[in-house]
Design a protein around this ligand. Structure first.
Ligand code: SAH
Length: 497
């Protein structure tokens, strides 16, 4: 097979990145974007390796029952949603099976046990418009018109789209007003090629419970001309009077004069409002500034951290550790029901937010440390070997937990370990390690935090066995992890080429 050659193939599986997988000949594997399991497609080879290749969808010859027309007209070009061509029901099934199969194959959890502990995935009733944050690059189209939109997958060409279906409808109203203001005062969008022009990106956030809105313009300059007029148009000054059903509560700009892909600059200048908005997850209030991290799907986040809380079964007497705690969402959630919560997180700004969030909620039993979990936890344990820890919660990044962190948890011997995961392959790897160390898996609940995309989160409970001391931990099998990552890297490189 050579490049551009066309062939017919049935899609039988789906990669973790959302590419359809089909086989031809002697087990030659094809990865084909925009397809659905069950489709028979005509495809054209784009890259051919020894045992596998990538191809582009030319035509769907026989539609899968799970196939549907994407709701968004630019779904295929944008690349942000990998699964819009699949019915939501099929998306949920795909994600649930992905978590199950990873625990089965990588985690080596037996089918019998998995059947017992595995719960149905928690989906959304309305799987669109769930994101509370959007970042739009601003550019000019070929006719010179100012546009806001998204980068076309893998490129820096902006496709006009002010109303991403994962975001709120306010976004379009706000972007229209900003573009009208730019046109009225001859303010240029930034041009990546020349490094000239002012407005690079618009960041919009909304507190779903409070209804508060934040806008931050990322600019290639230190001052924003006609800022007052922009405040007038967005924040309910005279000029927009009763038209202002979409009123912005916090308006700022961020200075980013570097030639970089990083969106936000570090300096923020407030134009209107207190510099932050507030929102709630459960009954915990969060203060969100332009640079703070905040979960993008608060509705599902509440369900996921609700599962973590449910699994922890706190009675008020427990000492809890929250590793990889970010801005302390889980810590603060749990602190209401626990005696004391310790959080650790590597990014100092996130810990600053966590401490501030504890303060504005009047929470005094949560304590936060900056540093790597695998360093802070062992050091703390060495100093406090006698302190009883009842529950440890972890919410690591995609690469999962560090072996040192896991080994220390096992030594600390909490009764319950709640594992919140955004990558079920590394969850499975860590579960295998923990099961070899005297912990048993009791609940697995996948949660769909990101409908229309390939991502899936999982909340998992492990409990310490009575005879845990008799167990000898396996080495953490990093190899499994690297095998997976290498394959993914391979795919990514291929995509970038
Ligand atoms: N529950 C958190 C989000 C967790 S995301 C919240 O709601 O805010 C994973 C977090 O782990 C990120 O904030 C990341 O900065 C942090 N992190 C990554 N590596 C780490 C390490 N080695 N030690 C501690 N934290 C780490």
């Amino acid at each position: 097979m050579t490049k551009n050659e066309q062939f017919t193939v049935k899609i039988e599986d789906f990669s973790s990145e959302g590419l359809g997988i089909g086989k031809t000949g002697e087990g030659f594997v094809w990865f084909i974007k925009d397809t659905v399991i069950g489709d028979t497609v005509l495809a054209a080879a784009t890259k051919v390796k020894k045992n596998y290749g990538f191809a582009r969808l030319v035509k769907v010859l026989e539609k899968s029952d799970d196939r549907q027309e994407p709701e968004c007209v630019i779904a295929r070009r944008c690349g942000g949603c990998q699964l819009q061509q699949m019915s939501y029901e099929a998306q949920l099934k795909f994600k649930q099976e992905k978590v199950y199969n990873n625990l089965r194959r990588i985690g080596e959890v037996e089918d019998g046990l998995l059947h017992e502990v595995f719960e149905p995935i928690v989906g959304m009733a309305e799987p669109f418009r769930y994101r509370n944050k959007a970042q739009f690059p601003i550019s000019r189209d070929k006719e010179g018109k100012i546009i806001a939109g998204f980068y076309a997958g893998r490129t820096h060409d902006v496709i006009e789209c002010e109303d991403c279906l994962l975001g709120v409808t306010d976004n379009k109203v706000i972007l229209d007003r900003i573009i009208t203001w730019m046109e009225a005062f001859n303010i240029d969008p930034y041009d990546e090629k020349t490094g000239k022009g002012l407005v690079r990106h618009v960041l919009i956030r909304k507190g779903f419970t409070t209804g508060q809105r934040m806008v931050c313009l990322v600019i290639n300059g230190t001052e924003l001309p006609h800022g007052e007029e922009l405040v007038g148009s967005l924040c309910g000054g005279n000029e927009c009077s009763d038209l202002c059903d979409v009123k912005v509560d916090s308006l700022s700009f961020s200075v980013n004069m570097e030639r970089t892909n990083v969106i936000m600059g570090t300096k923020i200048v407030d134009l209107y409002g207190p510099g932050f908005i507030e929102d709630f997850i459960g009954d915990v209030k969060f203060r969100i500034s332009p640079l703070s991290f905040y979960q993008v799907n608060p509705v599902q986040t509440e369900k996921m951290y609700g599962a973590a809380l449910e699994f922890a079964e706190l009675k008020g007497t427990e000492n809890v550790w929250d590793l990889y705690c970010g801005i302390g969402t889980i810590s603060l959630f749990m602190s209401r029901k626990a005696k004391h919560v310790y959080g650790v997180e590597i990014i100092p700004e996130a810990i600053r937010d966590a401490r501030q969030n504890a303060e504005i909620n009047g929470i005094e039993n949560a304590e936060f440390y900056v540093g790597a979990a695998e360093e802070v936890l062992p050091e703390w344990y060495e100093k406090h070997p006698k302190e009883r820890i009842d529950v440890v919660c972890v919410d690591p990044p995609r690469k999962g937990c560090d072996e040192k962190a896991l080994a220390t948890i096992v030594q600390m011997a909490p009764e319950k370990l709640v594992y919140v995961s955004c990558d079920s392959a590394t969850l499975a790897r860590d579960v295998k390690y923990l099961r070899s160390s005297g912990y048993e898996i009791k609940h697995v609940r996948p949660v769909d935090n990101f409908p229309q995309t390939v991502h899936v989160e999982t909340c998992c409970l492990l409990e310490r066995l009575r005879n845990a001391k008799d167990y000898i931990p396996l080495k953490l099998d990093m190899e499994d992890y690297y095998k997976i990552k290498d394959a993914e890297e391979d795919k990514k490189n291929d995509k970038n080429n």
